[in-house]
Write a protein of this length. Structure first.
Length: 135
């Protein structure tokens, strides 16, 4: 009986630490960069952005290279089935997604909702219209 109580208390402590440690990712589009702050902090300078496109499906993942899933969000580095590598900064697993080809590799990202992703795409299109593949 004591072991079950101890297990329950330890599990509760781990869950509380996990939840308290969670940082919500925010994405800001400026004239000079796209900045993502939260679990993973990324700044992609304008000159490093090669292309941006809205896509409806993510590529198939082979394995994680330092990424993780947390509260329905996917962060970090992944190796894809085709052998290439990418970074996922996904706030939700629902399409649409944004695919950015950058000088440092491919980044897939989205907002918390499909509407938030489309709004983010509109902000990127205003700042980086020449880099958008699907107008």
């Amino acid at each position: 009986r004591f072991s079950w109580i101890l297990f329950a208390v330890l599990t509760a402590i781990v869950v509380v630490i996990f939840v308290v440690d969670h940082k919500q990712t925010e994405i800001e589009v400026t004239a000079n960069s796209i900045e993502m702050a939260g679990e993973y902090d990324y700044v992609v300078p304008r000159q490093c952005i090669e292309t941006i496109e809205v896509i409806e499906a993510l590529p198939r993942v082979k394995n994680s290279e330092g990424g993780y899933w947390k509260f329905g969000q996917v962060y970090g580095e992944y190796r894809l089935k085709d052998g290439s590598e990418c970074t996922f900064l996904l706030l939700d697993k629902t399409a649409p997604f944004l695919k950015m080809n950058t000088c440092n590799g491919i980044i897939y990202l989205n907002g918390k909702t499909p509407d938030a992703t489309l709004q983010l795409a509109d902000e990127m299109r205003k700042q980086f219209g020449d880099k958008f593949l699907n107008q």
